[in-house]
Design a protein around this ligand. Structure first.
Ligand SMILES: NC(=O)c1ccc[n+]([C@@H]2O[C@H](COP(=O)([O-])OP(=O)(O)OC[C@H]3O[C@@H](n4cnc5c(N)ncnc54)[C@H](OP(=O)(O)O)[C@@H]3O)[C@@H](O)[C@H]2O)c1
Length: 220
């Protein structure tokens, strides 16, 4: 076992992705960061000793699939992939446009799936993929049908992949984060959020549900 573990964080420009990167680096992981916004991505990398970066747009699914092999080349191998890409959307089923529905399904389900699809053949033995879904999978609220359906599709896909990977030693984590104080709901692609209770502390939850378990798995 080597001390340094190599991790790709996809969605590193977001609040959860940024925290995950910072906490993983703090635990000694060697990182590659992927994100959409080039300026924010460069800023994140600068704060993490200039780690390698790649930009991507969720609609470019082939680019999503190529991210893991890029990271493995940059880092000399890959132990884990953390996917935190997502976008919110609100409105009753008849009020959500087909364009918004497609957007929600692409960013929240198809893009994370494409990233994992590319990671499975690339990860080192006993590698880990950790993908953020959300507590909404277990408790979908009215006015979130399309967002909840996308996260649930992703959760089901991950469940099947976990079974497929049992014989290969790859751990597949579905990270069902609770509502967090990140402003995520206010960046919705359509509609406005209902009145929500205060969100939980992002850093504490990202450490508890994502970074702690990922480092536990890859260091085992
Ligand atoms: N915050 C919560 O309450 C909560 C609860 C449960 C689950 N989650 C999940 O946690 C994840 C992270 O959420 P967050 O709170 O950190 O929100 P965030 O700060 O808005 O992060 C969302 C991330 O997704 C990226 N993204 C959005 N659309 C994209 C696109 N078309 N192409 C490429 N990247 C795109 C964003 O990139 P840019 O930086 O370029 O915008 C950003 O990196 C999401 O999957 C969300 O569903 C959040």
């Amino acid at each position: 076992m080597t001390d340094v573990r190599s991790v790709l964080v996809v969605g590193a420009t977001g609040v959860v992705g940024g925290l995950a990167a910072q906490l993983l680096a703090g635990r000694g992981a060697s990182l590659a960061l992927a994100g959409r916004d080039p300026a924010r991505l460069a800023d994140r990398a600068r704060r993490l000793n200039g780690c390698p970066t790649a930009t991507f747009e969720a609609y470019d699914l082939d680019r999503c699939t190529a991210l893991a092999s890029w990271a493995a080349e940059e880092l000399g191998g890959l132990d884990a992939v953390v996917v935190t890409v997502g976008v919110a959307g609100f409105g009753t089923a008849e009020d959500v446009t087909n364009a918004a529905a497609e957007h929600l399904m692409t960013v929240n389900a198809l893009a994370p799936m494409a990233v994992v699809r590319g990671a499975l053949p690339v990860l080192r033995a006993a590698g880990t993929v950790a993908v953020v879904t959300g507590a909404i999978v277990d408790r979908p609220m009215r006015g979130t049908a399309d967002y909840a359906a996308a996260k649930t599709a992703l959760a089901t896909w991950l469940r099947v992949v976990r079974r497929e990977q049992l014989g290969y030693g790859v751990s597949v984590m579905d990270v069902r984060l609770p509502h967090l104080d990140t402003g995520f709901a206010d960046r919705a692609v359509i509609g406005s959020p209902p009145v929500l209770p205060p969100g939980a502390d992002p850093a504490a939850e990202v450490e508890r549900l994502l970074v702690g378990p990922v480092m536990g798995l890859v260091a085992a």
